[in-house]
Design a protein around this ligand. Structure first.
Ligand SMILES: NC(=O)c1ccc[n+]([C@@H]2O[C@H](COP(=O)([O-])OP(=O)(O)OC[C@H]3O[C@@H](n4cnc5c(N)ncnc54)[C@H](OP(=O)(O)O)[C@@H]3O)[C@@H](O)[C@H]2O)c1
Length: 331
């Protein structure tokens, strides 16, 4: 089990949904020396400071933009571990402001890598998304490019760089459940894009614990993908029972009916462990070490080259009663 004792962790995007939950869990269960929150907006930092006021000796706030390499280098002084979560992640906005997404998600990620390479940092994890698999929108494409930048860094640096990739976070800003609940509260018709739609589902807490697990097990170069629950969007309608009914508006630009986490056309070596998959790109120099380690762990086994994993998968499909419980717990 990883220990953060005497370690300083920097999290880019530390004021976001993930960052705040990460800080809460690491402060409660691990004993870090310091957690540095790196983000742009002072109001979000001010509000976070108020929310975490009893921990303000351990939590430090750094205003900065991942587009600014010098600022990142300064922020990473004496840092041991980096979690790179900062991103522009709104799909529709990304289609209208493509170069802004590239500047933050792609150039910003290379800046994070460059700052790590020239610092004391030992290891770093990048948070990616199912939308980066066979991407059809710029957000997904930018996260795919950023994954490649992170993984490739293992070839020219002694620091360890890995990726964690998962699907929809149940109660994060902009995800489907809060969007539907908001429409119901405003007494609007619920706007459903496509009845057959399915999504992966993970809680913020599970996402954070998965990243912590990744930090513990990583040797650099691998992508960790949790084996996730899936939901059918039409089940949400059955549960939320919108007073004013719902309307099918058709699939939006950049949206998929089913999200993918492993594409059948990706012929990288994929290993299945007990609770997660490891994708091991052929472009990294330490891949034999990586494969050996994960085959030894948890009865890991190499998957068929054409193995694919998408949210239409029924193995972990949540029942209506289970989704109901999740909604009751979170809202
Ligand atoms: N939510 C999901 O369903 C989901 C699923 C899979 C993967 N992910 C990935 O998980 C990560 C975190 O997601 P989240 O839900 O926590 O997002 P979020 O709530 O939107 O938070 C994004 C964070 O990034 C910061 N940020 C944005 N642009 C920045 C920049 N140029 N420089 C520095 N900081 C910047 C924001 O703060 P400021 O605006 O103040 O800078 C904020 O702290 C993202 O990388 C996302 O792609 C999310």
């Amino acid at each position: 089990m990883i220990t953060f004792k005497n370690k300083t962790i920097l999290i880019t995007g530390g004021t976001g949904s993930f960052g705040k939950k990460f800080a809460e869990i690491v402060l409660k269960k691990h004993k870090p020396k310091k957690i540095i929150i790196f983000s742009r907006d002072e109001l979000k930092q001010y509000l976070m400071k108020a929310q975490f006021k009893s921990n303000n000796k351990i939590l430090r706030y750094f205003i900065g933009d991942v587009r600014d390499l010098d600022r990142l280098k300064l922020a990473m002084k004496d840092v041991n571990i980096v979690v790179h979560a900062a991103a522009l992640k709104h799909v529709e906005s990304g289609e209208y402001n493509p170069f802004e997404v590239i500047k933050t998600n792609v150039v910003g990620t290379q800046n994070v890598v460059d700052a790590i390479v020239s610092s004391q940092v030992e290891k770093a994890i990048f948070l990616s998304t199912d939308k980066a698999v066979s991407p059809i929108n710029l957000y997904g494409a930018s996260k795919l490019a950023a994954e490649k930048l992170f993984i490739a860094a293992n070839n020219y640096s002694t620091k360890k760089f890995s990726v964690v990739k998962y699907g929809n976070v149940f109660n994060s800003r902009g995800s489907v459940v809060p969007t539907f609940i908001d429409q119901i509260k405003k007494k609007n018709k619920l706007l459903l894009t496509h009845k057959e739609m399915t999504r992966f589902n993970i809680s913020l807490e599970e996402g954070v614990n998965f990243v912590i697990m990744g930090l513990d097990k990583m040797i650099g170069g691998e992508t960790f993908i949790p084996i996730m629950d899936t939901i059918e969007i039409k089940d949400l309608i059955k549960i939320l029972k919108p007073e004013h009914g719902f309307k099918e508006i058709g699939i939006k630009p950049g949206e998929k009916i089913h999200e993918e986490l492993i594409s059948k056309s990706d012929n990288s070596i994929k290993i299945q462990c007990k609770r997660y998959f490891i994708v091991c790109p052929s472009t990294i120099t330490n891949k034999d070490k990586l494969i050996k380690k994960y085959l030894k762990m948890n009865g890991g086994r190499i998957l068929n080259k054409t193995f694919s994993y998408n949210s239409s998968n029924l193995e972990k499909r949540l029942k209506i009663s289970e989704i109901k419980q999740l909604i009751e717990k979170n809202y």
